[in-house]
Design a protein around this ligand. Sequence first.
Ligand SMILES: [Zn+2]
Length: 195
Amino acid sequence: MNIPDISNLIYFIHFGTQENIYFSWKSKYSPKAFIFDYSIAKDAIKSEIYFHLNKGDVKIVYQKKNNFIYIIGGHISVQFQILEALLDYLSKRFMEIYGDVLFEIFDIGTDDFFKDFISKIEDTIKKIPNQVGTIIRAYCRICGKYVNVYVKKSMIEDTEDYPVALVYMHHGHSLLLYIDADFKVRGAEIVSITG
Ligand SMILES: [Zn+2]
């Protein structure tokens, strides 16, 4: 099952270090009033795990790898796993293209320098989620219906311990899903959440 087109629901991408934002992209669909406070991400990140944040109608995922901070934001309806999948793909592509020269040049930060990368972003947002992830169906017994949950392939394939556990937040309650190596849901439990 393909995921619906989310290309107008991805709002911004920022890549940078603790000190500088090196790369910024903003979608024409991004809410005009929304300004991302970079300090939220750079102060909070201590490791390579993904951090999730909701700011009003905007959902943000950020991650630090090798002292570089990668941030993506989109509409609240986009599942965190999709944002993670896009962030994985775009951060790897970015470093493949610019990693070697990023810290050595001075005219960086101009759209011109990144124009090849920028020109492919919209296409990436359209195509990549279906290439690097899949939709699984899980039954929510609170709602009494099946839900479509996007799962990154890497989350299932890059592990040795099955089933893989994933919490799916669903309108005020949460489902703990157990997913096997064939992307089949082996169990779905309602779990309590705190924090
Ligand atoms: Zn539900």
